[in-house]
Write a protein that binds this ligand. Sequence first.
Ligand SMILES: [Zn+2]
Length: 95
Amino acid sequence: MTKPPEDVRLLGRVVRIRSADLDVDGECTDGTVYYNSEDENPDNVRDTVVHELIHHYETMLGLRFKEQQVRQLAVCVLQMIRDNPKLIAWLQATN
Ligand SMILES: [Zn+2]
């Protein structure tokens, strides 16, 4: 499985992404997103990382999402990115 990047930037802050021995799919603590090191399904890990990054935004912005809302947002964001590489390239362009 391709590992996620070790660091990402959210709202100008560096957020670490690490695997860990967890009893759950993922966790989001101060400055770090963790995914379960036992999970070998790349689609699950991607969903978990996006899910935990949304929790990170939630904390940074002082929002209060219900867990179901975070799950649904993660599925939508991940699928939008995966289904639309041309959109992602256009969003990343600077001209
Ligand atoms: Zn959650």
